[in-house]
Every structure is written in C-alpha cells, then in structure tokens.
Design a protein around this ligand. Sequence first.
Ligand SMILES: [Zn+2]
Length: 337
Amino acid sequence: MKPIVMDNDQVCRKDNILGSLPPSDQLISIDLPVGTGVLAKNLDSDVRTIQKALNQIKPIHGGPTVALVVDGKCGPKTNSAIWNFQFKQFKAKGADGVIEPGKQTIQRINQLLFSNAPVDPSVNAEIRAKVVQHFSIVARSVHAAQATVLMANAPEGGLDFGRSRANDRLDRHFALNTLSPAARAQAIRDIHGVYTMYSNVLLMPGALGTGAFEADPTGDPRIAFTFGNGFFLQGAVHPEKNIPLDRIYLGRRAFFAINDSEFCAFIMLHEMAHFVGFPGGGLIDDNGRGWFTDDTISKLSVRQRLLNADSYATFAVECRTGDPKKPPYVKAATTSR
Ligand SMILES: [Zn+2]
C-alpha cells in the first residue's frame, strides 16, 4: 500500500514512507535578532540558542565544521557560522549575517532540525496556532469553492448571486467552456461532489482538532502524504507502518516549521483531492502542477483537469481570494508518474 507522497520539489510520487529526520526537541525561536549589523541585539539566551542549533546542523547543510562554543557571545566564529549557513542555504542574496525572529533563516534551521519524535500538538502552543491558521484558510477555501459551484448551477432568471463569475472561474481552472451544455452540467455536478467530500474531510475528527489531517508520525522528511481515495478506507491500517489509511499526513518540517499559511493551506487543498477522489471512485491524480495560466495546466483536457489535484486546489484558492492572478506559492511542474 504505497501512499501518494509530495516530495520537497512539490511533485507527488507513489512511494514508500521513509522516516529519517535527525532528532532534536521542538521548534527553536529567538526573541531578538542575532548576528552582525544594526538589527542585531545578540541577547545571551538568543545567541546560545543559535549556537546550539547551528552545532546540530551537518556541514553539508551549512553547519560549522568545528562546533561553536556555546557561550552566548556572538564573536567572529559565531558570526562566520551564521554567514556560512545562510550562504549555503540561500546563496549570496540571502546572506546578510543576521538571524531575525520568524524570518527565513530561523525557519530553515527549524526545517532542518525539527524533531522526528512524535509531536503532540495539544501540548505545543506554537504548532497548534499554526495548524489553526492553516485550517482556517482551508475551510474558507472549501466553502468558497462550494458556494461558487452552486452559484454556477443556479437556474437562470432568479437572483444572480454571481452566476457568470462562477462559470468563468470553472472555465479557467477546468476548461468547461469546451463542453456541450449537458456535459458541462454533469462536470459541474461532479466538481460539486468533490468539494462536498472536501467539506466532509473537514468534519472528520482528528488529532489536530478537526479534519482528517495529522502531523506525520513516521518522520518522513517530505512535505505531505496521503492514500488515494483514503476517505473511503475507514478503519484500514497500513500493514508495516501501522498508521490509519483514512488520514492526510502533514510533514512536520513542511507544515509546522514555516510561517506561510497560504502555502500550507494550498498543499492541504491539493492533498484533499487525492484523499477524496472523483465521484464514482476514480483517483484524482497529478496530471500537471501549477496555476491555470501555466503551460503545465493549460495543455490539459477537461478530463485530465477533472482528475488533477492542483485544479481543485487552485480553483478553491481563487474562489476564496476572488483573484485570478497566480499566487507566488503556486509552483508549475510537469508530473511524470
Ligand atoms: Zn499530488
């Protein structure tokens, strides 16, 4: 039973679950900037946090080759370790010698170090707060998508709550304008069926509070994974990993160590498509990743888009934001499985 795994290049592949994060405690954080320059305050406790964290990072990822002395003083060795880490991770344009609270350097350190021990979100306020933010965006997107699909199918002549705008959105993401009226109506009913299952996913009880989402307990270093049509596999368990199949697993490094909730919500909306499948039992796969304006999507047929996870995720995003412009976190990729 192989799940659909979203790898760190954001392409999904059918693959085995791995499980190989380096151990550490919880997310690390600092109160004030550490390093060089006018922003840096170099509080003793913050400097110690950074020194300890950098010492846990392998040199191949930009960690120091000789461990820093954890003394709370930001001297030349600590400063050069910060520069080296930033240069390795972000190249010259991302290396400014200072680590600011919540910014990209600390996020990357957390992505590299975050624990592979089981995480209990009920005892970690930081994780909990992030998950709540992601969920809220997902829930609003699902509601907006459902409302739009219902508007698109509203009978003519009554109040127009946005019927033509709704149909334009469906055309952009699913190319329904190429269909006969009867085929179009059927496609809209099917899309409605998919988003109805989406809203059921949000109603499923789960360890993170609501929905079928779980923090990945296996320690797989990739973004997320789920089982195709797992929505219908209640009670089934993975034979080797002993985890339920009716769940969507969020990689902790991807989901809890970064602050971009819009990106996380988008990935969750994508995973939900694999998880629920198409009405009648088809698998919603990856025929192309990207926004409808990307070549990877615009070349797809209606049928390919109706069975394409990103088409559901991007449609829901546009329904929530009202903006047909491609958001920065959507990445185009051809998929090859
Ligand atoms: Zn996928």
